[in-house]
Design a protein. Structure first.
Length: 91
């Protein structure tokens, strides 16, 4: 791991105008997710559903599906996203 950091740092220092490289370890805590496909008035859409530590359910609709639906329906992406999220039954 340290060797990889040194190699990358040396590469950046050698090939860019920077005179210093800052690095630090990063960790990530994620929510368990389930990917499902839902039928909507705009067609099928994939979405990730998660449950927060407090038990709240949340959904994140796949951007590429929203983009496609927006183009096909000539409606703003945000409007489609809100309608889809409000219409999905989490049960």
């Amino acid at each position: 791991e340290e060797n990889k950091i040194q190699l990358l740092s040396d590469f950046v220092l050698e090939n860019t105008s920077t005179i210093g490289v800052r690095y630090y370890p990063v960790e990530r805590n994620t929510l368990k997710r389930e990917i499902r496909e839902y039928k909507t008035e705009y067609g099928y859409v994939k979405a990730k559903t998660v449950i927060t530590p407090s038990g709240k359910k949340r959904i994140k609709v796949e951007y590429e599906d929203l983009k496609r639906m927006s183009k096909e329906s000539n409606l703003p992406l945000q409007i489609i996203q809100e309608e889809i999220i409000n219409s999905i039954n989490f049960d």
